[in-house]
Design a protein around this ligand. Sequence first.
Ligand code: OGA
Ligand code: MN
Length: 211
Amino acid sequence: MRLGRIDPSALEQIALALAERGYGIWPNFWPQEEVQGLLAEAEAGWNAGVFAPAHIGHHGSRQRRPEIRGDWIRWLDPEALSPAQARYWAFIEALLRALNRTLYLGLHGVEMHLAIYPPGTGYRRHLDQFRDAPHRVVTCLLYLNPDWKQEDGGRLLLWPDPNREDVYEAVLPEAGTFVCFLSDRIWHEVEVARRVRYSLTGWLRRRTLWD
Ligand code: OGA
Ligand code: MN
């Protein structure tokens, strides 16, 4: 992926993967110097205490259950992005337009947060679209962790077929790796990490009755 000029063939490949398989995994996708900048900002935010513990459920059922979901998050404000965040956001918006053009997904907005999993935490198997969050259509993940090793745990597991527990993809959250999948179709899990794990998680949204 080259910056400045967002590569149209990369966007097409992502659209094709979503249409054909419902997910795609691209190692070494986002430039390393960009990822380093995003990581440094996330570390600075963590040290400054701006991350909040993530919750599960919505509205009435919203609760903190660190044994199910142990990450800490910081929502990005599209009006107050750092330059490195703005460049990644622009790519995600280009992807949104490409998906609308080629797959007619009717997407209209982006929401994104930084996520930090302290050692000993993960996020058990789930879908990103559920009754109380029907607006999430496509999940996009960018990992920020240089030299992630198998023994560091924290892999993302993806189950392409809900009826085949034994068939899954395992992704190391290595710096620059980009993953995207259909939020209502692909069950996934973050294995417990043994080292602090940083990522940038975005969702492409569609309009709902209330927005
Ligand atoms: C999520 C999620 C996966 C990851 O935040 O919903 O599934 O690899 N994240 O960080
Ligand atoms: Mn998820």
